[in-house]
Write a protein that binds this ligand. Structure first.
Ligand code: NDP
Length: 250
C-alpha cells in the first residue's frame, strides 16, 4: 500500500502503538494510520518484519518506528511503551492487536495452546493496559483500541478457548470504559480477515476447516480503516465497538 507523500506529522498527528504489527491486521493498521499522518510504533517478536514495514512506511513519507515486543511479558510491554515516550514524549493510542488462534476441540487437551491463547490474547491486552494507563491518566486523555473478534460474540466448535479470550477482552474493555471519563475505549471485532492467523493451528482438521472458511475473508486493510475511523473522531466521541465481517459470513 502506498503512503501519500503528504503523510507528515501535524498537530492532529497521534502517537499510536500497535502490538502484533508484523503481519495481517496489525501491519495493515500501521500502514493505514501512518498514511493518515499518525506516528506509529510497531511492536512484535519478528523484529526483521517490523523493521522492514517501518522502513517501507518511512520511504513513502510516513512516520514509523519499531521495537521488539512480547506481549506475554509485562516488562517487554513496558519497554515498548517507554520507547514511544523516548521517541515522541507521549502515547495517544494503543492498539492491542497481538493474538493467536490455535483452534482445536477441548478433548484434544492442547493445554499448552489454551495457555498461550490466554497469555497472548488476554494477558497481553491486560499488560498493554497496565503499561499505558498511568501515563494516559496523567495526560487526561488517551485511546485504547482492543482487537476482539466475532468469536467474542459467538462460540463455535474448536474455538471455545479462543472465544473465551475474546469474550474476556470485550468484558474488560467495557469495564475500562465504565471506569474512564478521560480515556476512549474501542473494541474492534473482525470476522474472517486475510492474515497469517490460521498458520498457528496445529490440529490438521481444524486448520483445514479454518483455511476453507478463509476463502471468503476480507482484506486486513478493512480493519485498519475501521481503526482509523475510531481514532479520528473528536475527543468527546468514543466509538465503543465495531463488528466487521465479510458480507458472506454467517
Ligand atoms: P496474524 O497472525 O497475521 O498476526 C498476529 C500478530 O500477533 C503478529 O504480528 C504476531 O507477531 C503477533 N503476536 C503473536 N504473539 C505475540 C506475542 N507474544 N507478542 C507480541 N506479538 C505477538 O493474525 P491477525 O492479523 O489476523 O491477528 C491480529 C488480531 O486480530 C488477533 O488478535 C486476532 O485474534 C484478531 N482477529 C483476527 C481475525 C482474522 O480472521 N484474521 C478475526 C478476528 C480477530 P510476531 O509473531 O512477530 O510476534
Amino acid at each position: 500500500m502506498t503512503v501519500p507523500s503528504t503523510a507528515t506529522a501535524t498537530v492532529d498527528s497521534k502517537v499510536v502503538l500497535i502490538t502484533g504489527a508484523s503481519s495481517g491486521i496489525g501491519e495493515a493498521t500501521a500502514r493505514r494510520l501512518a498514511a493518515a499522518g499518525h506516528r506509529v510504533l510497531l511492536g512484535a517478536r519478528r523484529t526483521d518484519r517490523i523493521a522492514a514495514i517501518a522502513e517501507d512506511i518511512r520511504s513513502t513519507g510516513g512516520s514509523a518506528d519499531h521495537h521488539e515486543l512480547d506481549v506475554t511479558s509485562l516488562d517487554s510491554v513496558r519497554a515498548f511503551v517507554r520507547a514511544a515516550h523516548e521517541l515522541h514524549g507521549r502515547v495517544d493510542v494503543l492498539v492491542n492487536n497481538a493474538g493467536v488462534m490455535p483452534l482445536s476441540t477441548l478433548d484434544a487437551l492442547k493445554v499448552d495452546e489454551w495457555n498461550r491463547m490466554i497469555d497472548v490474547n488476554l494477558r497481553g491486552v491486560l499488560h498493554g493496559i497496565a503499561a499505558v494507563l498511568p501515563a494516559m491518566r496523567a495526560q487526561g486523555a488517551g485511546h485504547i483500541v482492543n482487537i476482539a473478534s466475532v468469536s467474542g460474540h459467538r462460540v463455535d466448535p474448536t474455538a471455545a478457548v479462543y472465544s473465551a479470550t475474546k469474550f474476556a477482552v470485550r468484558a474488560l474493555s467495557e469495564g475500562l470504559r465504565q471506569e474512564s471519563r478521560d480515556l476512549r475505549v474501542t473494541v474492534i471485532s473482525p470476522g474472517l480477515t486475510h492474515s497469517e492467523l490460521t498458520e498457528g493451528i496445529s490440529d490438521p482438521g481444524a486448520r483445514e476447516a479454518a483455511r476453507d472458511m478463509m476463502k471468503i475473508a476480507i482484506p486486513a486493510a478493512a480493519i485498519g480503516e475501521a481503526i482509523n475511523y475510531a481514532i479520528s473522531q473528536p475527543l468527546e466521541v468514543d466509538v465503543n465497538e465495531v463488528v466487521i465481517r465479510p458480507t458472506a459470513q454467517s
